[in-house]
Design a protein around this ligand. Sequence first.
Ligand SMILES: NC(=O)C1=CN([C@@H]2O[C@H](COP(=O)(O)OP(=O)(O)OC[C@H]3O[C@@H](n4cnc5c(N)ncnc54)[C@H](O)[C@@H]3O)[C@@H](O)[C@H]2O)C=CC1
Ligand SMILES: O=C(CO)COP(=O)(O)O
Length: 314
Amino acid sequence: AARHQVSLWARNPAQAAALRSDRENVRYLPGIALPASLALLASTPAELPALCADADLVVIATPMAGLRGLLQALRGCSAPVAWLCKGFEAPVSGPYGLLGHEIRAEVAPSLRAGALSGPSFALEVARGQPTALVAASPQAPVREALVEAFHSPSVRVYANDDLAGVEVGGAVKNVLAIATGLCDGLDLGLNARAALITRGLAEMTRLGLALGARADTFMGLSGLGDLVLTATGDLSRNRQVGLQLACGKSLQQAVDSLGHVAEGVYCARTVVQRAAHLGVEMPISRAVVDLLDGRLQPRQAVAALMGRDATSER
Ligand SMILES: NC(=O)C1=CN([C@@H]2O[C@H](COP(=O)(O)OP(=O)(O)OC[C@H]3O[C@@H](n4cnc5c(N)ncnc54)[C@H](O)[C@@H]3O)[C@@H](O)[C@H]2O)C=CC1
Ligand SMILES: O=C(CO)COP(=O)(O)O
């Protein structure tokens, strides 16, 4: 907002009114003053196309659960549209949940679109702490619009045309952060954490390649970068879920205590289903699903991973 004219749209008029009067998002980002120049709007999604008619860029910042509806509402939009959400959608129209670019192909095929991703806890971005992001789209004008909007002294934005790879990284790291939180909560040690991150990166990459991504994307900010951040940083909600499960909390208690979305909880099953469909082995993600579904207790999940047959480091 310091460099551009920005409007923040909320689906809930009462929430928009509270943001206007408090100049702060008290529930979701307390302690961060909203810039005076930021316009705060609310309307029905049906009115969004008119609101976005003169926009240079539209950014969707909902959880994955809200992406389909907003892409549908924006399908005629002429400006580039980018989403920030990281995950797979819960299954809607077919047997498997979809990534953002797959949802776009279904509901808004003519939209110019992409994702902004990478290691970026919202609180640190809002405080102006140094952050590097990835602007991902197969369409150059979308990447350029994102770089132009967000590249600044505190945010470096790198462009990448491998949208599928960037999205797989953003989704799978959430599942792996639950595993690492569990590992740390059980006090299994730093060796175990490094092993989980490294083998997790291997399974993330395998799924990505099977979904058409490039291997080098997983060595970048949206792969290794976001995995390291989310798996080790206590600001991560997904990591917090793992830590709380390790303390004996139920999944419901862990989710309720967050008050924010932990996308890994909602997309872990889809990750494993899609991997199975593609013949991709993802043992860590599978152990997370068994844990979330109550088939394994925390220590049994660790035993299941350690008890696997010896294999080569592929
Ligand atoms: N918080 C973070 O540090 C980062 C979050 N993300 C991703 O951004 C997405 C959103 O995360 P947060 O904002 O942190 O979640 P949050 O749980 O803190 O806030 C979610 C916001 O979306 C709204 N919302 C929920 N469902 C909606 C729907 N169906 N339609 C419209 N709005 C809806 C809620 O009212 C709330 O304002 C997630 O996919 C997350 O993985 C990505 C990078 C960093
Ligand atoms: O994606 C994130 C940081 O890049 C935020 O991670 P959590 O959703 O686990 O908090």
